[in-house]
Design a protein around this ligand. Sequence first.
Ligand code: 4H3
Length: 256
Amino acid sequence: MYFAVISIFPEMFATIREFGITGRAVTQEQVTIECINPRDYTTDNYRRIDERPYGGGPGMVMMAEPLSKAIEDARLRASQHGCRMEAASCPVIYMSPQGQTLSEGSVVSMAEYDGMIILCGRYEGIDERLLSQYVDVEVSLGDYVLSGGELPAMVLMDSVIRRLPDIIGDDKSAEQDSFVDGLLDCPHYTKPHNFAGLAVPEVLLSGHHANIAKWRFSQQVVRTQTRRPDLWQAFTPTAQQAKWLKALAKSKSLNS
Ligand code: 4H3
């Protein structure tokens, strides 16, 4: 998958390029991350990318002109990396609090793109005419404001890269995380057997795979019910999960 990031702080992206799963995806060439600095597309001596807002008010606004040239160049590079050039294959994405909130569901569909061009704003934001002309999708991480789009861009890339085929070492592990089946994740344990006087739940030492699966599911259910009633409301169990739920309800009524 191809990523072009348009940012005045390209050095920040070492974080995602060099470490962990995303770093390995880059080294193994499953992923290309190119940074494009809008300052390189300015024509004045000061390499200005921001100006004061029309209508007054505090702060600065990123100008349309250098960003438009940066996006045009990003598109050219994306096509040279084999991206088909429709918005459906390689969209221009703007990270902003005004966007659609990112979810694991949208992450999975975005993993189908050939690539994406991610626009990172700074200051008060970007001239609206650039956004209306060039941006296909606006994505938000949630209802809070950050000083730039770089961290959100890296969050988006990380979430997408780990859902690409053949990326996570253990190929089932991405499918077992929180949200993937509409529930929160179950708790995890590893060595030693006892830590701070706390033992590992007995069932996990039993080697009985069906019981372990059922126990993990019951933990997911309890966590989701108590911590995220909104997710529990929306949850539809598979046939196997429905069976487990029935059994769990029965054992609960016996206990009470
Ligand atoms: C995204 C971007 C929050 C989010 C962002 C989010 C800086 C957008 C600038 C940048 C504008 C002014 N903050 N919730 N900040 O995903 O370009 O807000």
